[in-house]
Every structure is written in structure tokens, then in C-alpha cells.
Design a protein around this ligand. Structure first.
Ligand SMILES: Cc1cc2nc3c(=O)[nH]c(=O)nc-3n(C[C@H](O)[C@H](O)[C@H](O)COP(=O)(O)O)c2cc1C
Length: 172
């Protein structure tokens, strides 16, 4: 799909059909995720793939926002691998994971699938349910599936601040 059409059409899909997501589609999304830029190319992201009913049931104990999707990707980062800005010690792991997440959302839409970035989850429950090592931090959950025939964007999707409110030139 042409890029401008892709970013215009993508929206947070919160209602999925019963159709499964093919392994090949998951693989295509993971390959798109892999191409994401990361600071100093450290690639500190780790992606936990949930692709069966048992795992998706466990995920429901960690977030209200699974939308009964058949598949979910949990994008995480290893802060101990990520680049750290020497001036102020800022760790880029979460930023890197966010870029990976953006690739995931756009790749899903390109494949005719839908997803939503889910940040509203219980990290402690997630860690416990899926045996997270201490050095892996969950950043975002992406439930993925084929949009239901009546899926539609939420009103928020259509609300974007005017550029004048979010962009300044030359100096704040
Ligand atoms: C960091 C972040 C966290 C989010 N967390 C959630 C969430 O927990 N549940 C949810 O339904 N949507 C969540 N969203 C989706 C936003 O609500 C959505 O992207 C926004 O309202 C714009 O709508 P659109 O994606 O359809 O354009 C999150 C998005 C971002 C970027």
C-alpha cells in the first residue's frame, strides 16, 4: 500500500473477526518490526508473540484491552542493551521499542489486519504471567487480528490538534 494512504487509513482497531491470523502474516509483521531504526542500532527490543487461545486468556488477566484478538505482540526492551545518552543518562530503550511498535501497527494495516497500541496493562501481572526476566521491560501490547466487518475508528481517531498547536519554528 502506498505510504500516504497507509498512514491515513490506519486506526486503532478494537473489534476483530473470528478469522485466525496466519503464521506467515505474523512473520511478515515481525520482519517489518526488525527493520525499525534503533539508537546506535543496538536493537534492544524483544517481542513476545502470543498466538494461541491459552496465552490470550492469560493476557486478559493483565489488561482489559485485548479486544478478543487472536494474536498479540508484546514489545519489550532490554534497557541494559540500549544506548544511553552520555549528556544526561537518558536510556533509549523505550523509544526504540516505540519505533518498533509503530512499524508493527503499519505493517499490520498493510496486511489487511488491525491493531491497537495498548499501554494500559499491569506490568507486574504481565511479568508474572509470561515469565519475564528482570532485565526485560514490557513497553506496549499489540492485539492483532482481522478487523470485524463493523469495526470502525473511535471518535478520537478523527481528532488531531492543528499543527499550530504542536509545531513551533526556530524557538520555543
Ligand atoms: C502510548 C499509547 C498508549 C495507548 N494505550 C491504549 C490502551 O491502553 N487502550 C486503548 O484502547 N488504546 C490505547 N492507545 C490508542 C490510542 O488511544 C489511539 O492511538 C488514539 O486515540 C488515536 O486513535 P487512532 O489510533 O485510531 O488514530 C494507546 C496509544 C498510545 C500511543
Amino acid at each position: 500500500m502506498e505510504y500516504r494512504q497507509l498512514i491515513r487509513e490506519r486506526y486503532s482497531v478494537r473489534k476483530f473477526s473470528d478469522q485466525p491470523v496466519e503464521d506467515s502474516q505474523v512473520a511478515a509483521i515481525l520482519h517489518a518490526a526488525r527493520t525499525a531504526p534503533t539508537a546506535v542500532n543496538k536493537q534492544p527490543q524483544r517481542i513476545l508473540v502470543l498466538r494461541n487461545a491459552e496465552s490470550m486468556a492469560k493476557l486478559k488477566d493483565c489488561t482489559l484491552y485485548t479486544f478478543n484478538a487472536p494474536v498479540a505482540l508484546i514489545v519489550c526492551c532490554r534497557k541494559d542493551e540500549a544506548w544511553v545518552r552520555p549528556y544526561d543518562g537518558d536510556n533509549s530503550g523505550v523509544i526504540d521499542a516505540a519505533i518498533v511498535g509503530t512499524h508493527i501497527m503499519l505493517a499490520a494495516h498493510d496486511l489487511g489486519l488491525g491493531s491497537t497500541w495498548v499501554g494500559h496493562f499491569d506490568p507486574t501481572a504481565l511479568r508474572r504471567s509470561f515469565n519475564f526476566p528482570d532485565n526485560i521491560e514490557p513497553v506496549a501490547i499489540f492485539p492483532i487480528g482481522r478487523p470485524a466487518p463493523d469495526a470502525k475508528p473511535s471518535p478520537r481517531h478523527h481528532s488531531r490538534r492543528p499543527l499550530e498547536e504542536t509545531v513551533v519554528y526556530d524557538s520555543f
